[in-house]
Each structure stands twice: as C-alpha cells, then as structure tokens.
Design a protein around this ligand. Sequence first.
Ligand code: DGL
Length: 274
Amino acid sequence: MKIGIFDSGYGGMTILRQIRQYLPQYDYLYLGDNARAPYGPHSFDVIYRFTLEAVESLLNRDCQLVILACNTASAKALRTIQMNDLPRFGSDRRVLGVIRPTVECIPELTKSHHVGLLATAGTVNSGSYTMELKKTDPEMQLTALACPMWVPLVEYNEYDSPGADYFVKKRLDQLMLLDPKIDTIILGCTHFPLLMRKIVKFAPAGVRIVEQGEYVAKSLVDYLKRHPEIESKVSRGGTCQYLTTESSGKFREAAAVFLHETDIKVDEVKLPEC
Ligand code: DGL
C-alpha cells in the first residue's frame, strides 16, 4: 500500500518534496488533476466532486492514506469526504488535509496574535483557516486575502520574472494595510512557496512567512507514529510514481521546476474513471 498525495495541479509537489525528505522510506503515488486546475475559482460542489474523484482514484490504486496536498480541496472537500465517502472504502483508509497541520504551528510563531493568510479565493471564502486557528487560541485574529494572480504566475513559469514583483508587492501591501499588527503570514496555497524569494523581498522586516510543507511533513511523521495500524500497511520501497489528467510531457516539465527532478515515471489518467 502507498501514500497518495493529491493536488489540483503541480503545487502539491512542494508538499510531496518535504514529506519525502522526512519520510523517504515509503512508496508514494502523486496525482495532479492538471486538466481541471485551478480549483480555486470553482464552487464548493465542483471542488468536492473533483476532489472525490481524485481520492477514489488513489484509493483504488492501493493508497492506504491520501493527503490532500491542496488547500482549496482541504478547505472545501476534506470533511465531507471523511464523513460521507471514506467509509465505503473500509475502516482502515484515511484522508488527511493540510490546513490543520499548518495552523497548529502558528501559536508558537506569532507574538502579536495577528496572523495573515494568503491563499486562493476558494480557501479564503471557505473560512476554514479562521475556524481552525480559533481552535488553537480564540484570541487569534486572522486576516485573509485571496491572490488570484499568484497561481497562474507559478503555473506559467513567471514566478521569478520582474512582472511577478508587481502582483506580489500589491497583495502584501494590501494585507499589511488591512492589519498592520500582522507578524506571521501563512502561505495557504501549495503554489506560493515558489514565489518565496519575491514574498520575502516585499514583506515588512520581522514578519515571518510560513511555508506549510515542513509542518505538513512533521505532522504526518507524528500521525504515523500514533497510528501503527496504518503505518504498518504502507510499503517501504522508497518509490514515487506520478499520475496526471493532463499530458505526461507537461507534467515532467513542471516536475523539473517544482521537484528539481527530470527522471520521473508519469502516467496519464482520466477523471472520473468510469
Ligand atoms: N493547489 C491549490 C491550493 O493549495 C492552488 C491551485 C488551485 O487553485 O487549484 O490551494
């Protein structure tokens, strides 16, 4: 059995990379629904349906657990899938998201208790980060801002271009204007770590930028320790295979950017599968 990693597109590879650094021994299967990405602007119903189809595809390909390495899918589909759909696959399969592991690190990082979130419109509008953050400490103040241009900048390989400066600076300035007391900013979208150089350039000095991959990976390490009944079923070949709903050639090009890997095994799949 493998660990499945799902993202709407390529961004989830930033999470996969960190997970494999912490847990290189397991076998992984990554699925990018690149043909239907981005998910960010879609409605709840559409994101839920697309995510469920992807999760089913990974569970049917022998994944013991699936990580939704996509904030939009975690925000809009995780809970419904866990409650309504997962039981069909037996009591020992799991689907986990990225929002709770990210939020759990925040109380240690913020001093002002004023936190910013930069994410897709879908994630911001879901209110999931606010809800999860309040669970860690009811005093936390979250100011969230959607960055609709940031995902295309990354998808179209413009994340390091001078044009990206304008969009990154614009959103950071807007966020800090909304709440100047923010001392910690969560990058709540798996694409955004590629813009890190620009984000650091334009964020006010002393404001901490939280990239979620490391926290998601550490949380998975902890989860597998606490759940030996799941961990013992995951095979330990150290392999990683890739599935995409788009062309395998495009996926390989993206993997070179997101993973710095060129020699990967990619298969094309259709969603829904039947
Ligand atoms: N990977 C998605 C996320 O983390 C962003 C891309 C999309 O909109 O599909 O929210």
